[in-house]
Design a binder for this molecule. Structure first.
Ligand code: PEP
Ligand code: MN
Length: 338
């Protein structure tokens, strides 16, 4: 936002008034002796109409943003009885990568509820790199998930990949997940937006922050009541972890933009031993929620077993972080374990 001063106005006096409103400004050289003040990031949000009434201010220019709806997105999203965003306890979303059978879904829903989760997360439609890998049980898995969430007092988030399946998923779920591989699948973003459910929008694995924000704008422009951006790691060059968790992006979206950001440490790490430390670091960076994959027999999981933690490990995530996030046993360093 840029503020133009009236001729003869004292810029320093105006800057003091603006600072009193929480606006930090910097002087720009205007044309023909005009004085302009640029409002810096981290400033409070004050409507342009309020600023125009301050004596000495001639006009206020709003930036032409590619994501005007996201710019005014609420910092707290309320879904049923769950509030997600700054000032509220972090919201844990947890469950199996894929809903494998009805019993498993009910067992895990009860376990994650006991551990403090507010949202059950499970996949009915799974995007898989290999065409021969298990791709989910589809429509019947949605039924299992919806029933298990209801019985345990949880909300449900589930992924949808096909615009044709959005209506079905929206009947079952409270939040629709768009996966990393589909972040710029615009027809899908439009269909998901039109379904009228909040969207959990995973960051594309090679997407810039700006592309991610504009993808969120697509959902909002097509009717989504809210977007929860989800950082799940971007492609790095080191294969020691599955992806590179971009905590800078989390701090930026949460801190500068005030957005309710969710972090998925499971897909970021790709290995269960790093899930709890990454989750805690994400909360420290400003995440409003966590999306965590859980399995009671990870070795037998039909997808993403190596990164699934056991339900018993889940409670540790919400405990306040200790200073030492990587406690090491005495003795020689442990070999890496996938
Ligand atoms: C998932 O959530 O199971 C998933 C496939 O995630 P992503 O889109 O982040 O790879
Ligand atoms: Mn998964």
């Amino acid at each position: 936002m840029t503020i133009a001063l009236a001729p003869g106005a004292d810029p320093r006096a105006i800057q003091r008034i603006l600072a009193g409103l929480g606006l930090w400004t910097r002087r720009l050289a205007g044309r023909e002796g005009e004085t302009l003040l640029e409002v810096l990031p981290h400033s409070a949000r004050v409507p342009a109409s309020t600023l125009r009434e301050i004596p000495g201010i001639r006009d206020v220019f709003l930036p032409e943003s590619p994501h005007p709806r996201l710019d005014t997105h609420p910092g707290v999203v309320r879904i049923g009885e769950v509030a997600i965003g700054a000032g509220h306890p972090p919201v844990l979303m947890a469950g199996p990568c894929a809903a494998e059978n009805e019993d498993q879904v009910h067992r895990l829903a009860a376990a994650v509820a006991r551990a403090g989760a507010r949202v059950l997360r499970g996949g009915a439609f799974k995007p898989r790199t290999s065409p021969y890998a298990f791709a989910g049980h589809g429509r019947r898995a949605l039924r299992w998930l919806a029933a298990a969430a209801r019985e345990n007092g949880l909300l449900l988030v589930t992924e949808v990949m096909d615009p044709g399946a959005v209506e079905l998923a929206a009947e079952a779920a409270d939040i629709l997940q768009v996966g990393s591989r589909n972040m710029q699948n615009f027809p899908l973003l439009h269909a998901v937006g039109a379904a009228g459910r909040p969207v959990l929008l995973k960051r594309g694995m090679a997407a810039t922050i700006d592309e991610w924000l504009q993808a969120a704008e697509h959902c909002l422009a097509h009717g989504a009541p809210a977007v929860l951006p989800c950082e799940r790691g971007i492609r790095g060059w080191d294969r020691g972890t599955r992806n590179l968790l971009d905590l800078g992006a989390v701090a930026l979206l949460a801190g500068e933009r005030g957005l309710p950001v969710i972090v998925d440490p499971s897909h970021a790490a790709g290995r269960r031993d790093l899930v709890v430390p990454l989750a805690r670091a994400a909360l420290a960076a400003g995440a409003s929620g966590l999306l965590v994959e859980v399995h009671d027999d990870p070795g037998a999981a039909l997808s993403d077993g190596p990164q699934a933690i056991r339900p018993g490990e889940l409670a540790a995530i919400l405990r306040p972080p200790r200073v030492d996030l990587h406690p090491r046993p005495a003795g020689p360093a442990r070999p890496a374990r996938p």
